[in-house]
Write a protein of this length. Sequence first.
Length: 672
Amino acid sequence: MDDVSKVKRDIFFLSIKESFISTVPYLVLSSIIVLINQFFILTGLQFYIVDSAMLTTIINYMNEFFPLMLMTSIAYHFSKRNNINNIFIITLSFSIFITVESIIHSANSRWLLHDAGVSFFVLVIPIFSVVLFNFIPKFETKMSLNNAQLSNVFYHLKSFILIYFLSLFMYLALLWVIDRSVAIIDLQLDLGLLTQMTLRTGFSQLLWFIGLHGPNTLSIVIPNINLETIFINNISYKAFYDIFVVYGGSGSGLSLILAALIYSKDKHISKVARLSFPFSIFNINEILIYGLPIVLNRYLLLPFVLVPILNIFIAYLYVGFFGINVVTNGVSWVTPVFVNAFMATGGDLGALLLQFVLLLLGVFIYSPFMKKYSLTQSSSNHLERLKNNLEMIELLEANEGVKSNQAESRIIKSNQEVEKIVNYISAKKLMVHYQPKVDVEKQRCSSFEALLRIKRDDGTISGPFFLESLELAGLASIIDLWVCREVRRHFHVWRLGAFSPKIAVNIHPDTLIDNNAIGQIIEELKGMNVEFEIIERDSIKDPRSLSNILRLHDNGFGISIDDFGVGYCSFEAITFLPVDTVKIDKSLIDVIDGEKGFYICKNILELCNDLGMDCVAEGVETELQYLKLKQMGFKYIQGYYFAKAMSFKQIQVFEPKFRRYDIHSETKESLI
């Protein structure tokens, strides 16, 4: 799989996970209302106008609206990750949803969307809308409107209508296939109850894994008419399932939670487990499934399916062998484990022992999978392994940097990919190359930017593809420190050859808030001719960032603002930071052939000159760009026009090549 395919795959899974995680607060609230309702039912209490009937109505409405909320969340996150207008995809998804649901209702289909806790169509509609939007050609409008918002509406209008009808055709075709499949399923084989429960449980777990509400969705596709049928001894099918199979909710959630609390060292996993625990006691496990998450989590799929199926067979043999009977099959599904068995069997200790054994067995089965998953989610584990891979054995206390990146959705986003990256990179694969910053006035080069490069398995050298994932996992500090060590090692070699260049080193924003990492970087490069390039972000105003930038400046290092003119660009930064150099971003250099781009770059240069700062034009690739920059008065130019990044040995003999008109300084007419 190439890098582009990996990126697309990661964006897809990230969007799905973010969508489900965003609905967790709603699920927590609905779970609390379910518990309150159960309390009202058991006690017969009524508070003013609030009683169990009203709470039941609220619960039903919340269940009905959850698919719409999930669809909105999916539409939002998928459009965001694909750089598509959020409102466009959300509105389109609702339009298709309403139409499809109306058709289903009028056809009396079984696939009534509001009956399934999380519908298949809710997942498909927004995702398919985004895919179609990226696939079909865009329609430019010839209408010239002064209102930018109105122009944007007309720009999307044709795509909106086309995607709507294409989607409608696809869903109608899908509905036809589903109806035919349901007709076939209606011809169910005469399977035994044990086989039916095993198959239904396995399918239910798989549905949970892809984000669908397992029992609800399965009941719509294949209705279970055997719920009150006696399964074994005097125990009904439903009671057996609730008491001995899914304690803590689908997947035997209590076992999973205990395994997470005992074996996981990851703070996110432990936090979700603690949050889920009081709800799982009452067999409500949506928080665990969507918050951990179980959805699309390949590390937990096998035990999530295996544990409840094992519970079925073990409990079936145990109940039959020891002759356990029940005195009532009417115990509610939200009754806690042990309590439900005690109430159903009239206090049979054998039933309680069976639950306890199954609970421990589930913990035992989940434990190795949870350990492995926990390691893939652990930033501290990645930090230790990355240090070892890069041959930096002594401890780097990067806890501040790691903690600052412990936002739950970001950790889930990055760590499965980080696991692969940490296994892949080592000191033998990473290298530091240097790109020249050419002094066009003196027609020589004594300044270079240190750039991280990776040597792939096929021997080719390219830019690092993994920096964003390592950043999200809180591992930027270890990479920055490794680069600084390589620069120091190269300085020692250069000095032997009487070569003393000025080197610019990039510092990640997360490293800037890590006091210990900055201290080690200062020790590594102190006394060397080094300038640190800082990317301007909101975090640059963090007191820790400001303090560490001043530390670097006070220790004799230059400070450069990188990528100036785009992103979080603010002229305010150069008023409160000790800035020596400003680097104009390549995106502005690329539009320098236009009048606006020309004057923007020219005025930034003049501002820097007035403030006594050096100004570097980076990303210069063409002769026209070079000539215009030279005409403006730029002294320092960096880019492929002169040279790509090269090894530390090559820069010792690097000589920038200039054209004849540079040598003779010929007068040229305006290039604007």
